[in-house]
Design a protein around this ligand. Structure first.
Ligand code: ADP
Length: 403
């Protein structure tokens, strides 16, 4: 009997404790709802609409760093409505702005998503908009910084590259002065000076070409360009160099192909490849310039049997001022800018440049550009061919073909 009473008592106590717990939980939930309703009311009118219209990531948080309203782009940085800010750095910036009562700006490295997502450089501006609320506006400045860094590098490298020939010209001028009584010596120093000046001029021209190509994304004078004319002009520009180096340049492939673009830029790009092929080939060897159509892509390949490029350097030769063979490049008056110009010029035309090379075997640089129809209806139009089919090498007469 006593035992039954004890069991009943225990049950009663259990029920009471359970009810108390349920009461506490319900109370706590209501209090949270009340506080959320309270904070929701806190976000001043119009702020949500303003955030909604913003392109940049931005959000408003309260004193507990809980996000109350946000722009659509903010989610990219892991900021979500009703959640506490995940990034400690962001939390800190918000806290400092709140504590000091004034706006602050900082550049932070933040990930877009979880690791290993790449960390972005983000300019953060935190501004208190009331006693409890802080507005944070984020701007991804990674790209801007990269371009700025590139520009700084370019200026530094360019000045460095210019110093060498300018210094040489100065020294040669001094040498001429002190050898004034010896005509043979004067002639010798004068011809070396001329070589340095030529090198300087070519460097300046290339620097200007490259900065023009990098300055804007648009081509200025776009028209139909005959590839035959581009090849002719590029080869003509380097006949003297080819003769001097005793290298024979052989031209072949499909004729009558056209692309859209700026003829001077394309001619300069192809000319740079031809110049390199000549400069890095042994005497008596051949350089080939071949044109063909690969589906709807015009391919201009420049092949040499020269020194080739080691595999480790192949992806770097397109960088500004990068020279795989330093000594040889300087000897041949190389600027280290030729391939960088080629890459930019071709990319600007919606194309790409490919490289195949083996040390001691030679190299093939291929410019690939989107084909366009021949502009004149009288012209025999080349038909796009499938990759698997062999491309004809029969010359097709084209208007304006000066070859
Ligand atoms: P450079 O004016 O020094 O030739 P480029 O930008 O035209 O500069 O080329 C970069 C480097 O790539 C060269 O210094 C050279 O080492 C290498 N290179 C370019 N073309 C060839 C080629 N056809 N054969 C071998 N090496 C080449």
């Amino acid at each position: 009997m006593e035992h039954t009473q004890l069991v009943l008592l225990a049950l009663l106590a259990g029920l009471l404790v359970g009810a108390a717990i349920v009461g506490l939980v319900v109370g706590a939930l209501r209090a949270r709802d009340r506080s959320m309703a309270q904070t929701a009311v806190d976000v001043p009118e119009g702020v949500e609409a303003m955030l909604d219209a913003m392109d940049d990531p931005a959000f408003v948080c309260d004193t507990s760093s809980t996000v109350l309203a946000l722009s659509p782009a903010a989610e990219v940085f892991g900021v979500h409505a009703g959640e506490v800010i995940a990034a400690e750095e962001l939390k800190r910036v918000a806290r400092v702005a709140r504590d000091t009562g004034s706006g602050i700006s900082e550049n932070l490295r933040l990930r877009r998503g979880a690791a290993p997502a790449e960390a972005r450089l983000v300019a953060v501006r935190a501004t208190p908009i009331s006693a409890r609320l802080t507005l944070l506006v984020l701007r991804d400045i990674t790209e801007r910084e990269r371009v700025e860094e590139m520009r700084r590098d370019f200026v530094a490298n360019t000045s460095h590259e210019l110093k060498t020939p300018v210094g040489a010209v100065g020294l040669l001028a001094e040498a001429i002065e002190s050898a004034a009584d010896d005509p043979a010596q004067v002639r010798h120093f004068a011809s070396r000076m001329q070589a340095e000046v030529t090198r300087l001029a070519s460097l300046v021209n290339r620097i200007m070409s490259l900065s023009r190509l990098q300055a804007s994304d648009e081509l200025r004078d776009v028209r139909d360009v005959s590839i035959d004319e581009v090849v002719t002009a590029a080869l003509e520009a380097y006949t003297v160099q080819a003769d001097a180096a005793q290298v024979t340049v052989v031209r072949g492939g499909t004729k009558g192909l056209w692309v859209r673009g700026e003829p001077q830029i394309l001619t300069e790009a192809l000319g740079n490849l031809v110049a390199n092929a000549i400069a890095y080939s042994p005497q008596g060897s051949k350089v080939g310039v071949g044109v063909k159509l690969d589906d709807t892509v015009v391919e201009i390949a420049v092949t040499d049997r020269g020194i080739g490029i080691p595999e480790t350097d192949q992806h770097r030769v397109f960088e500004r001022f990068y020279r795989a063979d330093q000594a040889r490049s300087r000897r041949t008056g190389g600027t280290g800018l030729g391939l960088s110009i080629v890459k930019h010029a071709v990319q600007r035309h919606g194309g790409e440049v490919r490289l195949w090379s083996r040390p001691e075997r030679g190299s093939t640089f291929t410019i690939r550009l989107p084909m366009t129809e021949a502009p004149d209806l009288d012209t025999v139009r080349p038909k796009p061919r499938r990759k698997s089919r062999k491309t004809s090498t029969t010359p097709v007469p084209a208007k304006g073909d000066t070859a």
